[in-house]
Ligand binder design. Structure first.
Ligand SMILES: Nc1ncnc2c1ncn2[C@@H]1O[C@H](COP(=O)(O)OP(=O)(O)OP(=O)(O)O)[C@@H](O)[C@H]1O
Ligand SMILES: [Mg+2]
Length: 494
């Protein structure tokens, strides 16, 4: 039986749907079985009644057959036979008719079916009729009417019709039907309860657990997996579901890394754009200031020579010259920052450039109290770059580290190969960089140092140089815990 139409309209749970379907199936089959049993036993009871009736009727016929003469029906023996017969509990009435269907004797409720009598007398054999009312399923039997011809010497001399009451049959059937109905109800309840329990255990519960897991996954818990409880279709479903989630999680991870990379790339792009525009601006300004500055410097030189004897004025001129030279230096830095790299990029040995740079800086005053720990990788491949420019980068980073450790400390320099990259890590035990400044340190003119110590161009120029080599710089630092700068350089072709 299909109950889909019912569930399409009303939202019913799977468990309820199973219960309803089982209930419909169980009740229908029990009704069918009950009906068959009822009908079979009803027929048996009726057949038994009919054969009992036949026995009684034939004994009556045998009694009548002994009577003599034309007026046999007035014989007192017949009255006696009939009195005895009508006293039987189930006999309701007797009707005896003559050859012409004229009623000869009526006892009790006799005289019902003339047609049966006519037929029986014409055909010379008995007729059976059941009086009943009600439906096929719920019928009540009232009477059994047996009709037989009366014959003498092969000649029909009349007919007898006896009606038997079937009240006791109906009583028995009512009790029996009630019993079957109760059995159907009890059986249905037991079967539906038990069947639903079994089906729920095999189908609904595992599905419910699957739904729960799916909901948790929807809530973001991608590490959840369905339990594989059975080796059947539900087990297959759980397996397929797990594989799907696995792929989903994989895709999500891919997506996250891609987004992270994109963000980094965007960050880098922003920085290089910023550098590019600062560079253009710087180039213009540097050009404009450069020329007058050269002449100012020339004039101070003349003044210096002329004021040889005037100590105080000479001192003033000397200070003016120093400050102007400082401006000149900044201008040169700026010009370098803005100029496209003209230096040649070739295969160079990283470790050698590091040693050269160290030789330059360690003689400086700031490095007196600083311990340098060098650990250079063996057999490193050459990298793509320019020795002078890389040295400039390294010197700036080493100076920065020294500046961050005025009371002394250590610098650890490591080189190694990582896939297609050669990395230089410069780590110090200095004051470190607060998280909020990490983003700014590569900005041109960002500095935390006094004007005579730093211009804030060191790292921005360094980044530009390394990017021109096709490399990158990563920084890792926490305030108070030192800083680590890692330079990634592309492995050379040789
Ligand atoms: N190793 C380090 N430890 C702590 N802070 C650092 C370190 N390296 C750089 N910084 C911070 O980054 C800022 C920018 O450095 P950058 O080299 O660009 O400029 P600068 O050193 O201030 O000036 P200059 O142009 O002379 O190099 C520094 O002022 C400092 O605050
Ligand atoms: Mg610096």
């Amino acid at each position: 039986m299909n109950t889909k139409w019912l569930f399409r309209k009303v939202r019913v749970g799977l468990r309820m749907e199973i219960v309803l379907n089982i209930a419909i199936l169980v009740v229908a089959s029990l009704l069918l079985i009950g009906f068959t049993i009822l009908k079979v036993s009803e027929n048996q009871i009726l057949e038994q009644k009919i054969s009992e009736g036949h026995i009684l009727l034939s004994s009556l016929l045998r009694g009548i057959a002994t009577l003599q003469g034309d007026k046999w029906y007035q014989d007192p023996t017949l009255s006696r036979i009939l009195i005895g017969f009508t006293q039987l509990r189930e006999v309701e009435g007797i009707w005896i008719v003559g050859k012409d269907l004229r009623p000869l004797i009526i006892r009790g409720k006799g005289g019902r079916y003339v047609a049966d009598l006519r037929k029986a007398m014409a055909q010379g054999r008995g007729e059976v009729r059941l009086e009943s009312r009600g439906t096929l399923w719920w019928s009540f039997y009232r009477r059994l009417i047996l009709t037989a011809p009366l014959t003498r010497k092969g000649e029909v001399i009349g007919g007898v019709q006896v009606s038997f009451s079937l009240a006791d049959v109906t009583d028995r059937l009512v009790v029996f039907r009630r019993l079957v109905l109760i059995l159907i109800i009890v059986d249905s309840l037991v079967l539906v309860t038990f069947g639903s329990f079994l089906l729920a255990r095999a189908v609904v519960n595992p599905l419910k657990r699957l739904v729960e897991v799916a909901q948790r996954i929807r809530g973001g818990e991608l590490d959840q997996r369905a339990q594989i409880e059975y080796e059947n279709e539900i087990g297959e479903l759980a397996k397929a579901f797990n594989q799907m989630v696995e792929r989903l999680a994989e895709k999500q991870r891919d997506l996250e890394t891609t987004i992270k990379k994109l963000k980094e790339a965007q960050q880098e792009l922003l920085l290089s754009e910023k550098l590019a525009s600062v560079g253009r601006l710087a180039a213009g300004v540097a050009h404009e200031i450069g020329n007058p500055l050269t002449s100012v410097l020339g004039h101070t030189e003349i003044l210096r020579k002329k004021l040889k004897n005037d100590k105080s004025l000479l001192d003033l001129v000397e200070r003016t010259r120093k400050e102007t030279e400082r401006i000149n230096r900044i201008i040169k830095d700026l010009l370098q920052f803005s100029r496209p790299p003209t230096s040649q990029i070739e295969d160079i040995d990283v470790n050698k450039v590091i040693q050269d740079s160290l030789a330059l800086v360690t003689v400086q005053k700031g490095f007196k109290k600083i311990d340098v720990d060098l650990s250079l990788g063996d057999g490193l491949p050459p990298i793509r770059g320019n020795s002078d420019q890389l040295q400039q980068v390294l010197v700036n980073m080493l100076m920065n580290s020294a500046d961050a450790m005025p009371q002394g400390g250590s610098i650890f320099i490591r080189t190694k190969q990582e896939d297609d990259w050669v990395t230089i890590s410069i780590k110090d035990t200095g004051e470190g960089i607060p998280a909020e400044n990490l983003e700014k340190i590569f900005d041109p003119f960002y500095t935390t140092k006094s004007p005579e110590k730093g211009t804030g161009l060191g790292l921005s120029i360094s980044l530009k140089i390394i990017e021109d080599f096709g490399g990158k710089i990563k920084v890792n630092s926490e305030q108070g815990k030192g800083a680590e700068f890692t330079i990634y350089l592309k492995k050379g072709s040789g």
